[in-house]
Write a protein that binds this ligand. Structure first.
Ligand code: AQP
Length: 326
């Protein structure tokens, strides 16, 4: 029993990190839990302003991507965050329970505010909104990549702080990590693979063509040792390829290393590409098919939005009452 919630930003087509760190898990959890919500978190995606036409387009493309990966709207409520206004409302209330220093050391702020020289208030309080996303549905399980674990700790703290001030409302939500915790950038294996990375060669999107996949893996940064070993500390580049290979071929890391025996990193890259291409081809084809029908995607989301609103409304009513607004 319990309720699963997770979200993804409509900032582009998902990449291998999103897929292996989160989406693959989303799909399998649909069969294990009876109540599952997956949100396209558009409010989160405007911490750096986006072109409105592009955002509109990205929301539907994200819906198509999620469906292509196997998210099933019969089993999971697939919806658009901004269309359930309770997210913003709860976020305000939780923000009033959050201290400034608690947010300052969270990873997203540290990385992105530096890139921008100064960050927005929205970027700073992003994890509070994320806590609201989770708590609004009294979620108990949250499948995310490792980069999100500290944000989930905040959601747990805020549940406790709210319950302390206003009485028991929110359960504690636990992170569910997939076995591939973190996929690294192909250009800089010290950084995570990220949608907003401006270097095209750093990221493999789930809809990349076989040629693009092969090229990106061929150019992936490794090191000067030709043998393939798995040692993320000292050999992050080649180890990232082993991680990707193992996950895409659904074998263990040890098995992946043993399949690389006798191959130099160049030849190994071909093996990795083949595994990635084989796994992503049906997803790419399904995405191309689904994305063509914009009206269908829009209808699906609207249905999901309605179902999410139905779940959010009574929780928000309870919160308003506890806080003293009603
Ligand atoms: N490299 C990664 N390895 C493992 N998991 C990852 N996730 C993201 N990157 C990796 C997981 O994917 C889910 C959705 O993430 P998101 O929509 O917040 O976007 P993002 O891709 O995590 O973050 P970016 O790429 O840095 O965001 P943009 O560029 O859009 O601002 C999450 O569960 C995350 O853990």
């Amino acid at each position: 029993s319990g309720r699963v919630f997770s979200g993804i930003q409509p900032t582009g087509v998902p990449h291998l990190g999103n897929y292996l760190g989160a989406l693959e898990n989303w799909v399998s959890l649909q069969n294990q839990y009876s109540s599952v919500l997956y949100s396209i978190v558009d409010l989160h995606s405007i911490t750096q302003p986006k072109d409105p036409a592009l955002l509109r387009n990205n929301i539907l493309d994200m819906a198509a991507s999620l469906l292509a990966c196997g998210v099933d709207p019969e089993r999971a409520i697939l919806f658009q965050q901004s269309q359930v206004s309770e997210h913003s409302e709860l976020s305000w209330i939780l923000g009033c329970l959050t201290s400034m220093p608690r947010l300052r050391h969270l990873p997203q702020w540290k990385v992105k505010s530096k890139q921008k020289n100064e960050g927005s208030v929205g970027l700073y309080t992003y994890p509070v909104l994320q806590a609201a996303d989770i708590l609004l549905y009294k979620s108990t399980h949250v499948p995310v990549g490792e980069d999100q674990v500290q944000h989930l700790d905040l959601a747990q703290d805020l549940a406790r702080i709210f319950n302390y001030h206003y009485g028991d409302v929110f359960p504690e939500a636990r992170a569910l990590l997939s076995s591939t915790r973190k996929v690294k950038s192909l250009r800089d294996p010290s950084a995570k693979m990220s949608k907003s990375d401006t270097q095209a060669m750093a990221t493999i999107s789930i809809t990349d063509s076989p040629d693009d996949i092969a090229l990106k893996i061929r150019r992936a940064v490794t090191d000067f040792t030709s043998e393939v070993t798995f040692d993320p500390e000292t050999r992050p580049g080649v180890s990232n390829l082993v991680t990707i290979h193992a996950a895409m071929a659904t074998i263990t890391v040890q098995e992946a290393v043993s399949r690389a025996k006798g191959l130099d990193t160049g030849a190994y890259k071909t093996l990795v590409s083949e595994a990635v291409i084989q796994r992503l081809t049906p997803i790419r084809e399904e995405f191309q098919r689904l994305r063509a029908d914009r009206a269908h995607l829009q209808n699906l989301l609207e249905l999901g939005n309605r179902r999410a609103r139905e779940l959010a409304a009574p929780v928000m009513a309870e919160v308003r009452h506890r806080v003293g607004f009603s």
